[in-house]
Design a protein around this ligand. Structure first.
Ligand code: NAI
Ligand code: 15L
Length: 264
């Protein structure tokens, strides 16, 4: 169990799903985002912070032995918006971690790191990245930085390539990529408990029938997802579209179709 877990991106969608159950993985919780979420639960503290501001990030991490790093741009965007949040922000996080004494980090990476693998391929955590967007490239940067700070300074990170963490799958593709919040919580519990974490890459996905991702390399964590998208299959099957559509061809789905977005 963590003693004090910092949650960045605490006003976002994933945090909203996880926060109500975080007490099962940590004794104390500090939430952070650019601005406070609609409500801060009793017993939790909130500290506003822009991840692009290095001094503020150092202050933010003080006293925390774990960081659930959800903050940043969470979809395709212009490079000028991705840069401060996902590149500078992750650098600031790891520099702060080095300075304050090596908290254990959970890095919210994304399936869009490997979005150009086809849906008929089954991949594990040893494949080369094939990002499908500038957003995916920024997550490749975060994964590499996590590895650097582990090899150089021993800072441990669980790199989770999250599939689709929502209350339920929104479309047919998400029957393969859905990651329930309960499975996310049980994974966080194992990450907090395991004596030696290292810096593993794993796929954040529930026990879905049509799975593309092989987590067999992280058996040492002793984590088994319990949920499955099976219960939502009928709801989404009617929305299935032709397999030649990128949505059904590549693991990253429609992210492969995004143009390079320019600031206007
Ligand atoms: P979200 O967009 O709802 O929340 C992200 C939060 O980060 C926002 O509240 C935003 O204000 C904050 N943020 C943005 N720039 C910031 C900055 N410079 N400083 C501080 N905070 C900043 O995203 P969501 O869906 O909650 O995702 C959380 C994390 O998980 C993201 O890093 C995303 O890339 C990753 N992820 C999410 C997936 C999902 O299925 N929701 C799938 C794969 C990865
Ligand atoms: C992501 O990385 C995004 O943050 C999220 O909004 C979803 O689009 C998800 O991937 C997905 O691939 O479904």
């Amino acid at each position: 169990m963590f003693e004090k877990l910092l949650v960045t991106g605490a006003a976002g969608g994933v945090a909203k799903l996880l926060i109500p159950n975080l007490h099962s993985v940590t004794r104390a919780i500090k939430l952070s985002d650019l601005a406070a979420p609609a409500s801060v639960p009793d017993g939790m503290e909130f500290e506003a912070c822009d991840l692009a501001d290095e001094a503020s990030v150092v202050k933010l991490l003080e006293g925390c032995d774990g960081v659930l790093h959800l903050g940043g741009i969470s979809t395709e965007d212009s490079f000028s918006r991705i840069l401060p949040a996902n590149i500078v922000g992750v650098y600031n996080l790891y520099e702060a971690a080095r300075q304050i004494g090596s908290p254990r980090i959970v890095f919210a990476s994304s399936n869009h790191v490997v979005g150009y693998y086809r849906q008929d391929e089954r991949i594990d955590n040893t494949v080369l990245p094939k990002p499908d967007s500038l957003y995916g490239v920024s997550k490749v940067f975060g994964e590499s930085l996590a590895r650097l700070y582990f090899d150089k300074f021993g800072i441990e990170t669980a790199i989770i390539r999250i599939g689709s963490c929502f209350e339920k799958p929104h479309d047919y593709r998400m029957l393969s990529t859905w990651f329930s919040s309960d499975d996310f919580i049980s994974l966080l519990a194992r990450i907090g408990e395991v004596p030696a974490l290292g810096c593993p890459i794993l796929y954040g996905v529930s026990d879905n029938e049509a799975a593309w991702w092989d987590n067999s390399q992280i058996g040492f964590l002793g984590w088994q997802p319990q949920d499955s998208s099976r219960q939502f299959r009928d709801e989404q099957t009617k929305e299935r579209i032709d397999r030649s559509d990128s949505h059904s061809l590549y693991q990253g789905g429609r992210f492969t179709e995004f143009p390079i977005i320019k600031d206007t």
